[in-house]
Design a binder for this molecule. Structure first.
Ligand code: ATP
Ligand code: MG
Length: 315
C-alpha cells in the first residue's frame, strides 16, 4: 500500500537482517575487511561486538553469503542458550559431518579428521556464533578448546564469535582469560553518525526502488537521527511508521512532525528529545552529548523489546 504511494517495489525498512540492504559505513567496511582477512588467512578466532540493533547479524549474513559463494564450509549458530551437547550437534549438522558416536571425545576426533581432510584439500571451515553474549562459561570453554584444532602452523577451524558488548565484559572475567588471549582480531559495529543516517536512509530507499524524488524531508531525517540515536533498528522503525502515516495523510516528502509523532507513540521522546537544537556547531555538540546520555536508556528499552519478542516467539 504505502510502497506504491512512494513509488517503491518493496518495503525499505523491514527489521529483518537482509544483507542486500547492508549499508557500508566506514566501521562496517572495516569489520567486513577484518572478517574476510581473518578467515582467508586462517587467523583462528575473531570477535565481532556491537550494541543491540547496530547490524551485527546483517553483517554476518553478508559474510555468510560471501563464504558460500567461495564454497567455504560454514556453520552458523545463533541459539545462545545452547548446551555443550547442542553446540556439537549443531556443528555436525551444519557442516554435514556424519558421526556414529554421541561421545564428545569421538565427535571432536571426527571433527578434527574432517578439518584435516579439508585442510589437505586447501579448504577451510568457519564456525559463526551469533548472540554469544548469553553463552554459558561451559560452552565458551568448549569454543576455546576448538581453537586448539590446528596443524603446527595454521588453525583448522576459523571461529567468529559475535555478541553485544556484554560479551566483551564476560570475556574479561578471569575464568575466560584463556579464551580472550586467543582472539586474534576484533571488530565492531556502532550507531550511525548523522551523515551516515542520511546515507543509510537514502540507500535503503534506493534499493527498495525509489527514484530521485525525495521521500523524506531533510528535517525529517535529522529528526529520525535524533530519536534513534543512530541505531539502525530504531531508524527503520521510525522511517517505516512515518511513511505509513504520511501515506495515510497523503503527504510527500515525509515531514519532520510525522517522525516526531511516531517517536512519541513509541515513547522515544522520553529519552532522546533534543530535536531542533539546530545544526550549528554548538547545537550539534549538544545533540551529540544528549544522544550519548540517552543511548543507554534507549538500548535498555530495545533489549526489553527484543526479550519480549523472543518470549512471544517461544510461547
Ligand atoms: N549497516 C547496515 N545496513 C543496513 N541495514 C542495517 C545496518 N545495520 C543495521 N541494519 C538494520 O537494522 C536492523 C537491526 O540489525 P541487526 O539485526 O543486524 O542488528 P544486531 O546488531 O544483530 O542486533 P542484536 O544485537 O539485537 O542482535 C535490521 O533491520 C538491519 O537490516
Ligand atoms: Mg543480531
Amino acid at each position: 500500500m504505502y510502497q506504491k504511494f512512494f513509488g517503491l517495489r518493496e518495503s525499505p525498512f523491514n527489521v529483518n537482517p537482509d544483507p542486500r540492504y547492508l549499508f557500508l559505513t566506514r566501521q562496517i567496511q572495516e569489520a567486513l575487511a577484518a572478517l574476510t582477512y581473518g578467515i582467508q588467512n586462517r587467523k583462528g578466532f575473531i570477535l565481532l561486538t556491537g550494541e543491540v540493533g547496530t547490524g551485527k547479524t546483517t553483517l554476518l549474513n553478508r559474510l555468510l553469503g560471501w563464504l558460500r559463494g567461495q564454497r567455504v564450509a560454514t556453520a552458523y549458530i545463533f541459539n545462545s542458550r545452547l548446551s555443550v551437547n547442542d553446540l556439537f550437534d549443531l556443528m555436525l549438522a551444519e557442516f554435514e559431518i556424519q558421526c556414529e558416536s554421541r561421545e564428545k571425545s569421538q565427535i571432536v576426533l571426527r571433527l578434527n579428521q574432517w578439518l584435516l581432510d579439508r585442510y589437505r584439500a586447501g579448504e577451510t571451515a568457519v564456525l559463526i556464533i551469533d548472540e554469544a553474549q548469553n553463552l554459558s562459561p561451559d560452552v565458551l570453554e568448549e569454543i576455546r578448546l576448538l581453537t586448539n584444532l590446528e596443524t603446527s602452523t595454521e588453525k583448522l577451524l576459523q571461529i567468529v564469535l559475535t555478541g553485544q558488548p556484554e560479551l566483551e565484559e564476560k570475556l574479561k572475567s578471569p575464568q575466560l582469560r584463556q579464551l580472550r588471549q586467543r582472539i586474534t582480531l576484533r571488530c565492531r559495529t556502532a550507531p550511525l553518525t548523522l551523515e551516515e543516517t542520511f546515507g543509510y536512509v537514502t540507500e535503503r530507499l534506493r534499493i527498495a526502488g525509489a527514484n530521485c524524488e525525495p521521500i523524506f524531508s531533510k528535517e525529517a531525517i535529522e529528526m529520525v537521527h535524533t530519536y534513534s540515536c543512530g541505531i539502525p533498528r530504531v531508524v527503520n522503525l521510525l522511517c517505516e511508521h512515518s511513511m505509513i502515516n504520511a501515506y495515510v495523510d497523503s503527504v510527500r516528502p515525509v515531514p519532520a512532525h510525522l517522525v516526531e509523532e511516531v517517536a512519541r507513540e513509541f515513547q522515544l521522546d522520553e529519552i532522546a528529545p533534543v530535536a531542533g537544537a539546530g545544526f550549528t556547531a554548538a547545537g550539534q555538540a549538544a545533540n551529540t552529548q544528549s544522544l550519548l546520555e540517552n543511548l543507554d536508556e534507549l538500548l535498555g528499552r530495545l533489549r526489553q523489546m527484543g526479550a519480549a519478542a523472543a518470549r512471544e516467539r517461544k510461547s
